[in-house]
Design a protein around this ligand. Structure first.
Ligand code: MSP
Ligand code: ZN
Length: 678
């Protein structure tokens, strides 16, 4: 094997640094990790890098909402992600971040290479702009009514109801998600990468050498038939990212520097690793292998933009991009309210990581179909395959060897035919791993597991042990069973690395691919300790219950963090800042629901000599009738806001962060309408 050691670099998509990892992310990391561990088991030189994707508007706004700098946010999240991945036994060589000096240097340099090639053009375009927040708005930050089917509450790029695509300002009654203001159109100069110039290269690249799975190549054909467009790679300030060289206030779009983050993570690894050369893996002349594992939602970036950018900036292109499907839970898209949006950490608080690794592997193949985490199925699969069948082989036989033979295994193979069947399965299992057909590998391994159990059932060591003249047979049968167990655990090692380690300690032998051809004879093993316990459905239910609580902020706060940890106090303001806000006591004289608006109540307020109409987003928590006659606090000098239903002339104060957590503030009912609040 040593004469054809391959040099491989494997990456998994960089998760965004604005939230926790969930089981969906783990599907991809687990798939990649199993493949990498398999390569390493074959003796190949396989590096595995990933990191956080730190840039972009959502991260900037999330940091702002938390009252911390984006740098601080991405630093905290990186620590959290790294711990989650480690605890899921993801064998990364490096988990880095796109907000790094290496990435900035690489992105700037590659951009300049693209410029030299004449692949960057400048053009002025119009975009949605938030006049209150003073920022350009990504499509997802504009919401309004679909101009085509009039569905409410649609994003600025496309309608989830009718599928129409449009620009944010086409929306009827568009509002900025950031400030609630009506976006305007504003011009700005942008930098574009000429993707269309690479059409010939991309057509060729996407169709050859199995760079992509067939279903992905087919999907790309649709995109080719629509035609490739220039790609806007710049964003205006304020933006969290890298400033584009020789510009002011223009930043690289997050998706430009994100895949470059793979290179940066590897570069950082090279700096920490003697003899590892960045050029050897990334130069155009490289003979090493480069694999990107990603989910199906980000194919466009990896199969079109990325190869074109690498090519144009004179780096090597990927050997393969491997795409996986999405995780659903109990047959549905993961949902916070159903408790199916399970964070990696929540899972780890309830279960051993290897159970999920095994379960996911048993569902994964080389295709891009979605896979389902089904709670009963999970419990059944683990209890039946791992506890009932696999580990059972050892627990049924080890104690005889330990007690009757002081841990000594027999000197000969009990059943050559069966032993050969086990070791010969290596070829097909190897092929399944290599082809990312993990479910098939597992099916093959489970067939063998059944055979091993059948062998034990047939020979019944517990009966043999009753008569002293059959004592040698007991040793033969149990030694042989444990050797079969060793072979099975070797096959499963990429999926169950910790269990494999425990079995190495127990059998006192390394579980290596080379050892597959060597029977374990005349060998002393260690005392057997239970390896895995059965799991119970109630524990899965407890996990989803806990996941439900994660989105009900009030509960989460009492369970996990304090209110202030969740929502820290903002930076200090001066008395003058505060005095700008004119707060008045107001009496609710009328309150009625707003037709078509799920969350709004229309209030008519007496502000002590003036009547104000206010639309308040509190319908999920209050019935209109309940409010009539109440005193409230009005932000009286807030600029009027035009809404689809009319103009809102101010805002009433409420505590809580929305949804079911809204508590309207009520002053002492004796305070007269119009009284200033200070
Ligand atoms: N930051 C980008 C990737 C940049 S790569 C240069 C991104 N981040 S992500 O956090 O949204 O997703 C990270 C990975 O997790 C992607 O491969 C994505 O497909 C995958 N998944 C996110 N949700 C998933 C499921 N529900 N199921 C399976 N994979 C999922 O995209
Ligand atoms: Zn529509």
């Amino acid at each position: 094997m040593s004469n054809n050691i391959r040099k491989q670099l494997v990456t998994y998509a960089l998760p965004y640094a604005n939230g926790s990892l969930h089981l969906g992310h783990m599907v991809g990391f687990i798939q990649t990790d199993i493949w990498v561990r398999f390569q390493r088991l074959l003796g190949h030189n396989c590096y595995f890098v990933s990191g956080d994707d730190a840039h972009g508007t959502p991260i900037m706004l999330r940091a702002e909402a938390l009252g911390i700098t984006p740098e601080e946010l991405v630093r905290q999240i990186q620590i959290e992600h790294e711990a989650d991945l480690k605890d899921f036994l993801i064998g990364l060589d490096n988990f880095y971040t796109t907000h790094s000096t290496e990435n900035q240097a690489l992105a700037s340099d590659m951009y300049q290479r693209l410029q030299k090639q004449g692949d960057i053009v400048k053009r002025t375009i119009k975009q949605a702009f938030d006049p209150v927040k003073n920022m350009f708005l990504p499509d997802r930050y504009v919401k309004g009514e679909c101009p085509k089917c009039h569905a409410k509450d649609q994003y600025g790029d496309s309608c989830e109801q009718c599928g129409a695509t449009y620009t944010p300002t086409d929306l009827i009654n568009a509002t900025s998600v950031v400030s609630g203001a009506t976006p305007i159109e504003k011009e700005s100069e942008h930098y574009f990468f000429c993707l269309e110039k690479h059409e010939e290269f991309l057509k060729e690249w996407t169709h050859h050498n199995n760079h992509l799975q067939p279903e992905i190549t087919k999907k790309l054909e649709e995109w080719f038939s629509v035609g490739l467009n220039q790609w806007n790679i710049s964003r205006d300030a304020p933006y969290f990212g890298f400033e584009i060289p020789e510009t002011r206030g223009k930043y690289f779009y997050v998706w430009l520097d994100a895949p470059i983050g793979y290179m940066a993570s590897f570069k950082n690894l090279c700096q920490k690793t003697n003899g590892l050369s960045f050029e050897e893996y990334w130069a155009q002349s490289s003979h090493t292998e480069l694999y990107h594992f990603i989910g199906k939602d980000i194919v466009y970036f990896h199969a079109l933009f990325w190869p074109a950018i690498l090519k144009s900036s004179e780096y090597r292109t990927p050997s393969h991009v491997f795409v996986h499907g999405f995780l659903t839970v109990n047959g549905q898209k993961m949902s916070k309210s159903r408790g199916t949006f399970i964070k990696a950490r929540t899972y780890l608080d309830h279960f051993n990581p290897e159970l999920l690794r095994y379960y996911i592997a048993s569902k994964l193949n080389s295709g891009i179909e979605d896979l389902d985490f089904q709670q009963d199925d999970f419990v059944a699969r683990i209890n039946s395959d791992l506890v009932g069948k696999l580990v059972n082989i050892a627990s049924r036989t080890a104690s005889f060897i330990n007690k009757l033979f002081a841990g000594r295994l027999a000197a000969t193979i009990a059943d050559h035919v069966l032993w050969n069947r086990f070791t010969e399965a290596r070829l097909v299992i190897e092929k399944h791993y290599q082809d990312r057909e993990f479910s098939r590998a597992i099916r093959e391994i489970m067939k063998l597991t059944d055979l091993a159990n059948q062998y034990i059932d047939d020979h019944k060591p517990w009966l043999l042990a009753k008569s002293s003249e059959k004592i040698n047979e007991v040793q033969m049968v149990c030694s042989f069973s444990l050797d079969l167990f060793r072979i099975l655990m070797t096959y499963l090692q990429p999926i169950l690395p910790t269990l494999a380690k425990a079995v190495e300690d127990f059998l006192n032998v390394p579980l290596t691919w080379e050892n597959l051809t060597k029977p374990l004879l005349n060998h002393t093993i260690n005392p057997f300790k239970p390896l895995l316990q059965r799991i119970d459905l109630t524990e899965v239910i407890a996990m989803s219950e806990e996941s439900k609580e994660v989105i009900e902020p009030a509960t989460e706060i009492t369970l996990k963090t304090t209110v202030l940890e969740e929502d820290p106090i903002r930076e200090t303001i001066t008395l003058e800042d505060f005095a700008k806000i004119d707060l008045r006591v107001a009496k609710v004289i009328q309150a009625e629901p707003v037709e078509d608006a799920q969350k709004l109540i229309k209030l008519v307020l007496d502000v002590g000599g003036e009547i104000r109409h206010v639309f308040a987003g509190i319908k999920e928590c209050y019935e209109p009738e309940q409010l009539i006659g109440k005193s409230v606090v009005l932000v009286a000098n807030l600029a009027p806001r035009k809404m689809r239903f009319g103009v809102s002339e101010g805002m009433i104060l409420a505590a809580g962060n929305g949804g079911k957590n809204i508590w309207v503030l009520e002053p002492d009912p004796n305070a007269p309408a119009g009284a200033r609040v200070k």
